[in-house]
Design a protein around this ligand. Structure first.
Ligand SMILES: [Zn+2]
Ligand SMILES: [Zn+2]
Length: 283
């Protein structure tokens, strides 16, 4: 199954909370590409994410617009938390076998380099390549799924560095009305960048019960899941830098509500235990 740009744009928009438009074409070498660009923005002032599908190889790159200087400068000025999320997602990409290229102002860096942030960026080469991938295979993981997983990771890294504007808590946290009153919505969970990173790393299925909104409700619910902070924010220090790999967990609305029936919340293991107990009782 070949990935289509509209579906990919929908999924990535849902995951990141930023609206993307998808397009597709073929390059000089005959390789198919898909591009995602922020919707309702002049592309020359923003960027495109270009995904190239080659034989057994996938490459995804950040392409800045001609007049994206201010955006790049803002990205190089990303705060400590944002850089930590960026690194965390990059680490996840590396663990999954991707080769990462990052060259701010034409200088080669590793994603963990601290001095990468020392000077303002005026140009940026940034991309990942994943070889030995089952792209185009008749059986195995469908192309669409592979493209989606990798695009999700790459976009989460980009989103981590974007200057984000204030937004409504409801569209990010995704709490049901009743839960909003009970749960102290905090600046960590509210953060769109953390959400994208958590989904890129953990996927969109519930960590406790495995429920996947898209499987149940179709494309309208693709990329939807609530993000739970494993350690209650009230218990972490003010300057604590969260790591989406360990501190955040995607939960379905049911499991999330139950988690917060207690304060501090039930742990993932406890919640899984409840379901296991139910399963043994009913069988
Ligand atoms: Zn669940
Ligand atoms: Zn929560």
């Amino acid at each position: 199954m070949s990935p289509d740009p509209e579906t990919l744009a929908t999924v990535i928009s849902n995951e990141t909370g930023l609206e993307f438009t998808g397009s597709t074409g073929t390059d000089d070498e005959g390789h198919r590409w898909i591009a995602l660009t922020p919707a309702d923005h002049d592309p020359t002032h923003t960027f495109a994410i270009r995904i190239r599908l080659e034989w057994r190889r996938l490459s995804i790159g950040f392409e800045s617009g001609k007049f994206a200087g201010p955006l790049l400068e803002a990205m190089s000025d990303a705060e400590k938390d944002a850089r930590a999320v960026f690194r965390s997602v990059m680490q996840d990409c590396e663990q999954h076998g991707a080769v990462i290229t990052i060259q701010p102002n034409g200088k080669d860096h590793s994603y963990g380099d601290n001095d990468m942030w020392n000077e303002a960026w005026n140009r940026l080469t940034f991309g990942i390549r994943k070889g030995n991938i089952e792209l185009g295979a008749e059986d195995g993981i469908p192309d669409g799924q592979l493209v989606r997983e990798w695009t999700s990771r790459f976009v989460a890294a980009v989103v981590a560095l974007l200057p984000l504007e204030e937004h409504e808590p409801s569209d990010v946290e995704g709490f049901p009305e009743a839960a909003i009153q009970k749960v102290t919505v905090n600046r960590y969970e509210r953060d769109r960048r953390n959400r994208s990173a958590a989904l890129a790393i953990h996927g969109c299925s519930c960590t406790v019960c495995g429920m996947n909104f898209e499987d149940s409700y179709g494309l309208a619910a693709a990329g939807f899941i609530e993000i739970h902070h494993v350690v209650p924010v009230s218990e972490v220090a003010e300057n604590y830098v969260i790591d989406p790999r360990y501190d955040l967990a995607p939960l379905c609305s049911n499991c999330h509500s139950v988690a917060h029936r207690r304060s501090p919340p039930f742990t993932i293991e406890e919640l899984r235990g409840f379901l296991a107990k139910r399963d043994t009782q009913t069988s």
